[in-house]
Ligand binder design. Structure first.
Ligand code: ZN
Length: 301
């Protein structure tokens, strides 16, 4: 899995900071997560191929999380895209985008498929043979979801030396990968675990922005490899988290600790702060493995 941060600041775009957007590369998919203003420029700067994006996940309808979307949809049209584009977003986004296209008489020449979200409990919204995506209901001013991206358990791996020694016909390799015992060329039973190795542990990425401190999300993100959790404020401004329904770095760290994730990535910083290291310092008092999101930074795991 490879995560590229295109933007990780809240509110307005500035000279050197962008509002929220990320690209997650997982099992041959290129998922775009949120699409703040400036996302197209950052996609180009980070050399992400537009044609690879087939699924876009929008957390909520505050502008700093989706104002780049109509521009991107329009660019796809100009690039004569043909592939379907799936958008997973709160109910309402379809109306917004459709109205813009209608009034500008610029309908897409590719299929635009909206998956409108309304559930207040975690639900499976995408699945293929290798990946699953679930919503993570968050606590914010308007209806908001984070997203949990999970690899599915892969097949067992052949231990080729053992397989060749056991004299097993190639026709059985598929069954071996699926975990079955097979017969060798002399009709003797070969136990699966003597010639195969377990698959790699499936990985997961939990994206949580924007949200107030919310322990209800802990069971959904439990044991995730990476948690991106918003930390709009530092502790000295904690009182601002109540009217705005955002979190502090310490609160994000507390969620990470309780959910037993491996690594916490902080982001969605208020533009009032210049020294982002303070976020890391505060969170590190509670949770050991803290990273700072930064526009243009990648995380591989
Ligand atoms: Zn918001």
């Amino acid at each position: 899995m490879k995560l590229t941060i295109l933007g990780c600041h809240s509110a307005t775009p500035r000279t050197n900071t962008n509002p929220t957007s990320q690209v997650l590369e997982i099992k041959n998919h290129t998922f775009l997560i949120d699409c703040g203003e400036g996302t197209q420029v950052e996609l180009r700067r980070n050399k992400v191929k537009f044609v690879r994006i087939k699924h876009i996940f929008i957390s909520h309808l505050h502008g700093d999380h989706y104002f780049g979307l109509v521009g991107l949809i329009s660019t796809f049209r100009l690039l004569t895209r043909e592939a379907d584009l799936h958008i997973y977003a709160p109910k309402g986004l379809k109306d917004i985008i459709t109205l813009q296209m209608k009034l500008s008489e610029s309908w897409t020449n590719y299929k635009l498929i909206f998956h409108e979200l309304t559930s207040h409990t975690s639900e499976l919204i995408f699945e293929d043979d290798k990946v699953e995506v679930y919503t993570i209901p968050l606590d914010h001013h308007i209806y908001t979801n984070g997203f949990l991206f999970k690899e599915k358990k892969g097949e067992r791996k052949l231990d080729m030396n053992a397989v060749l020694n056991a004299d097993i016909d190639i026709a059985y390799y598929r069954k071996l990968k699926q975990g079955f015992d097979v017969e060798d060329n002399n009709g003797n039973l070969v136990k699966n675990d003597t010639v195969t190795k377990p698959p790699n542990k499936p990985k997961s990425y939990a994206y949580c922005s924007d949200t107030a401190y919310n322990e209800a999300l802990i069971p959904v993100i439990k044991d995730a490899d990476i948690l991106y959790h918003e930390s709009t404020f530092l502790e000295k401004n904690e009182k601002l988290t109540i009217p705005t329904k955002h979190s502090t770095a310490k609160q994000a760290a507390s969620i990470a600790k309780q959910a037993n994730v491996k690594t916490l990535i902080l982001g969605h910083y208020s533009t009032r702060y210049n020294d982002l290291n303070l976020f890391k310092e505060e969170a590190s008092e509670i949770f050991e493995h803290v990273e700072l999101a930064k526009d243009g930074k990648t995380f591989e795991f």
